[in-house]
Design a protein around this ligand. Sequence first.
Ligand code: DGY
Length: 322
Amino acid sequence: MPSPAVLVTRRLPAGALKRLSEQFSVTVWPEERPMPYDAMIEAVAGKAALLTMLTDKVDATLLEAAGTGLRVVANYAVGFDNVDVASCSARGVMVTNTPDVLTESTADMAFALLLGAARRLAEGDRFLREGASVAWAPDMMLGVDVHGKTLGVVGFGRIGRAVARRAAGFAMRVVVHTRGHLPADAAAEKLPLDELFARSDFVTLHVRLDDGTRHLVDGPRLARMKPTAVLVNTSRGPVVDEAALADALARRVIFAAGLDVYEREPQVHPLLLESPFAVLAPHLGSATVETRADMADLAAENVIAALEGLVPPCLVNRELLG
Ligand code: DGY
């Protein structure tokens, strides 16, 4: 019997691909750019597993093109808003993600953006590269302090908590907005969302993208923030109304923003590109050598378990278990 066919939509760290290739017939999209949707539609026919990226749209049409042999969509990300989970469940297709292994790296990136935006690091870097001679002055490129301030964490899952732990090292007060319960040992105060925005010096977003969180940060909410406040987003771009944020930065409604994700990724709002008060990273939250290898291993484990008829370690649509 031929081995099950697996499509991997980008090149992955070698160890994970080797493990998959030892057991399955693996096709890897070889190019540097994301696999175009049309190419995916052609390539998925007859596949038992798809190992997908957050840049791939997995919708009902793609599932239809894959046919009835498809068992699992293993997303190489903790987020899975690119996957139509309901359509997968309706077809009995398992969906998996890669939680935990990227928590600390993503929290590091959130804190890097927080510090960089507060202390104007990207602006300072550009200043020197553009040939300016260093001209120390008492009022040159003043930022805002981080230590001792109030950090508002929106969404208190794994990554939100990891950011809060880092804040303790900066003697920050932590306030949290979460749909869930605050763990008893959390050194944090739970607040309604609008109060969190009003009281925080830094707001960091760690919610999943769904209908309830799209444009959670809009013009009115930005207007509640302190003029000295910094917004950090490492979750998903559409959680923030990007035009409203660009406008708030231009009008100095808030001090700065540190962004890793964008509403129309990979495009960035032109006014954000122009803003000296936005520190921009190209979705690098989990982008370390170690974490990307761990994510690949976990995604491969999810595929292997699913194709062996086992419950994958990171099954998203657990309703399939009945
Ligand atoms: C994820 O895994 O969802 C992250 O956005 C990847 O960096």
